[in-house]
Design a protein around this ligand. Sequence first.
Ligand code: NAP
Length: 482
Amino acid sequence: MADWQSWKKEAAYVGGAWIGADSGKTIDVTNPATGDVLGTVPACGAAETKRAIDAAAEAFDGLAGMGLMDRVGLLWKLHDALMDNQAALAELLTVEMGKPLAEAMGEIAIGAQYVRWFAEEARRAKGEIVPAGVNGRRILVTKHPVGVVGMITPWNFPSSMLARKLAPALAVGCPVVAKPATATPYSGLAWAALAEEVGFASGAVNVLTGSARDIAGAMMDDFRVRKVTFTGSTEVGKELIRQSADTVKKVSMELGGNAPFLVFDDADLDKAVEGAMVSKYRNSGQTCVCANRIYVQAGVHDAFVEKLVEKTRALKVGDGREDGVEQGPLIDMDAVEKVEELLNDAKAKGAEVACGGARHSNGGSFFEPTVLTGATPEMAFAKEEIFGPLAPVFRFETEDEGIAMANDTVFGLASYAYTSDLGRAFRLNQGLAYGMIGINSGLITTVEAPFGGVKESGLGKEGGSQGLEDYLETKYVCIDGI
Ligand code: NAP
């Protein structure tokens, strides 16, 4: 079985070939836990991207036109190749990104599940026959692959964020031109190696590393790229939506979050704390669905904080490859500074540090898991994504107040609430302006469900049947004279 080093591809993959940048320039990739340079990747730009789009456009007819079960068979093989190499791919992910190995194993596994799910869903990409309004006519509605798809993904889930895009695209016959985040390119390049290994034709999957502006710019300018799917910050997402207008591309945008986590007086407190721990601290707080604001109803506030602090103190921080580590480093020093800035702002406005509150003694980009009490809407994290292991606790009195505070943001990705009142659960479903709502669950991502946000958290869905629909165009045929 190959080890993680052999999955570390120090080249881009374009038109079925592993290439360097035209300029010969490279970019260093480092391990955030140690600061060691792991290797390099090519600093590609617009010219290499144009060649990748040429290759993808050429591959389109072959990929879209092959027998459905042949394409599905390739996805089954892709699933198996991922799972056969799960440990090596997970280690590669941990060394470039920092998350604990157990989380990286989970990320590879859910990526494989997305591949399997979309292979299944592609077999159900059904059209419709709609009753015609007049005799002698038939109305057919049919589904077709959208065409070449450009994909841009972030560093926090370097493997599974691509899985959710690659799998539906390939399942319906759309060739791919992907650009993973510069901090974590190897898990993205591994998808190219896997696609090559299982037999996708050249041009079906292309993966480029290098300048985000140049690569994305070339994708956005090219009419042949009919869809762009992006996961990342709202700021960049807005820019891409603007750029998509010139060639009227379909866009899917998985953008930032600011998840509220509500705990009501009638909640099972131990379960609520367990949910808060997983929702807040997974990936050291660096997920778009991490609890960003924890709202606790007055009657259970103090008891909840006590339990949360106890569990937070017990978290083991360290190199993700070490046994039992639950919290890795943050991605880089900018991330540490951002967390410190939010912490200092909150302290200046009256918040109290209940535990943590400083850089970790491990040095580098490690930060202590931190609980803050006395959080208020005036503090910066009430409006901004923290993206780090900082858990601010707000107090609220009534259900209406809790919902209003939770909705007081431009974001609308994930939200969570703990309650034992069934009626309240339905009122929350109605009242929370979020694309995803976890009732009595802090971990809600699953392949069967449509993952995605509302408001400034994005457009479109990944997963579920909706996640396939985003890669399809609908045509209508009117047959007259029957
Ligand atoms: P980011 O700065 O927006 O980067 C994401 C991707 O966009 C990277 O590949 C990056 O390339 C590229 N990029 C940067 N500037 C660009 C530009 N001007 N034009 C085109 N592409 C550009 O976000 P991040 O800091 O990596 O990721 C964290 C953000 O992602 C958070 O806001 C988080 O909430 C969000 N996220 C959302 C979801 C979701 O499903 N909704 C999931 C995960 C993360 P470089 O790496 O080369 O800069």
